[in-house]
Structures are given as structure tokens and as C-alpha cells.
Design a protein around this ligand. Sequence first.
Ligand code: HEM
Length: 193
Amino acid sequence: MNRRFALLALWAVLMAPLAGLWWQTASPDADLDALVADTGNWAMAWLAIAVVMTPLAKLWRPLARQLWLRRAVGLAAFAASVVHLWLYVLAMRGFAEPGGEWALIADEALTPGILTGWISLMLMLLPTLASNDAAMRLLRRAWKPVQRLAWPAAAVALAHMAVVHDAFSLAMAVAGIVAGLQLVRFFPATRKV
Ligand code: HEM
């Protein structure tokens, strides 16, 4: 299978749950708050997977050959975050006068729960834009540091998850797994016995 097609196919599979949630907004009894929460959880899941793939590949060699698929996972994390943001805008519409949702969104943008969401999305923007061969050629040595912005993005997204909806324990559990796996990067490589 051609690599570009494989990346697209994986991306489509990862986006399927988000498309399903988006679809539900068409129903008149859609619970928009629940849909915001669900899309946030998917965005968090894909972002966490994108940042643990490299350390996991160190523990499990067959994954090392598939690390190029990380690009589709990172792009899915960003796209899922955009779906999450759009559903949030729709939910805010329910609380505002017609056309007044942007003023409400601006009003709460600096509260800790929401600000952390915006910061995480902004941190994901550069690595997302640089997730292609042309950017890799253009940025050369600067490409890796740009991709590493996914780590602070994941850390801030976890803070967002912890604050925004009393999901502290779950956020700490995910943070523990993600941080624990990052430590694997510093393990010395062992020789086969
Ligand atoms: C763009 C700015 C963002 C805004 C305005 C925003 C807004 C929100 C809101 C209002 C909730 C509460 C939903 C509820 O429980 O009622 C929420 C929950 C959540 N968001 Fe975001 N978010 C943003 C970005 C992100 C990003 C980038 C991620 C992850 C990559 C993310 C992950 C989550 C998670 C995991 C939850 C918790 C879901 C739950 O309660 O079960 N958010 N967000």
C-alpha cells in the first residue's frame, strides 16, 4: 500500500468517532455539552497516543518501523480538537442572544479551564502545519523542535481536562502513563544476550 494512502486511511479511521459525534448535532435533542466532553476525550486520546508512540517503539521494536504513522495520529488530534472547539461554539450559542456567542466565548476565554484549551490548541498548530514532507525539508534541523511542541500541548491539554470538568483523577492517570513512558527515552539500549 502506498504510504500516503495508508496515512489518509488511518486518519479517516481515527476521525470516524468524531464524525459520528458531529453527526449527532443534527438531532434536535442533541446534548451539546456531552458532545463537547466526548470530542475533548477523543482529542486527548489521539494527542496522548501521538506523544507516547516514540517511547513505546523503544519498548516494542515492531512499532519502530511504523513510526511514520504518527503523522496521521497527530493530525487526527488536531482535527479532533477543532471539532471539539466547534461544538463548544455551538453549545455557547444555546446560552447567548442570536449572534452573541462570540462575546460569551471572549468573556470566558481567560478563565483557567478554557484558557488551557486555547493554549493547547495553539501549541498544536505549528507541529500540525509542519507535519508534511515539504515543511520537513524547509525546516531541516528546526523541524524536530517544532514537533516537540506536541509535549507541552499534551501537558496543557491534561491541565485543561483536569480543571474544566472535575476530571482530575482521569487526567492524572493519563499524565502518569504519558510521563512514565517518556522516561523510557532515557533508558540505555541493551545488547541481545
Ligand atoms: C480550543 C480551545 C478549547 C476550548 C474552548 C475547550 C472547551 C472545553 C469545554 C467547555 C469543556 C467542558 C465540557 C463539559 O464537560 O461540559 C472541555 C472539556 C474537555 N476538553 Fe476542551 N476545549 C478546548 C481545547 C481542547 C484541546 C486542544 C483538548 C485536547 C487535545 C481538549 C480536551 C478536553 C477534554 C479531555 C475535556 C474533558 C472531557 C470530559 O469532561 O469528560 N480541549 N473543553
